[in-house]
Write a protein that binds this ligand. Structure first.
Ligand code: CO
Length: 136
């Protein structure tokens, strides 16, 4: 690998129990408006995106009891869930993770929200942070 594979912070994802309450908090406290909402049934989540400069705050809530985010909330409570790094080439960045002995959650890039292509990197092997690689 040569050169920087990460181009920007795409989003910071925060797991919340009550999506409407979290949206109201960001709106009332920081004047932040939701620019995108999406239910991703394959991941068992609903998200609300708040734009901050060229990045997003992604408020994330589970839509099923078996969703990984539901398990996260049960174990750890609300809070920082993952960081999404924007990449030019998701497959190349994922390959670099594998080449450097990292653990991946997704074997190959897959569709994410907003029509993006994404892949998750396991926090074990990434200093405790769940990483999402996001290609627009
Ligand atoms: Co995300």
């Amino acid at each position: 690998m040569s050169g920087l594979l990460l181009t920007e912070i795409d989003h910071v994802a925060i797991a919340v129990s009550d999506l409407e309450a979290a949206i109201a908090y960001y709106r009332d406290t920081f004047g932040a408006e939701v620019v995108h909402r999406e239910r991703v049934d394959s991941d068992g989540v609903e998200e609300a995106l708040i734009k901050v400069a060229d990045s997003y705050i992604q408020l994330l809530t589970p839509t099923t009891e078996t969703s990984p985010v539901a398990k996260y909330l049960a174990n750890k409570g609300e809070g920082l869930h993952h960081v999404g790094y924007r990449v030019a080439d998701c497959a190349a960045a994922l390959q670099s993770v594998k080449d450097h002995g990292g653990r991946t959650i997704d074997e190959a890039p897959r569709p994410g929200s907003r029509g993006t292509t994404v892949a998750f990197v396991h926090p074990k092997g990434a200093f405790g942070t769940l990483i999402e690689l996001v290609q627009e």
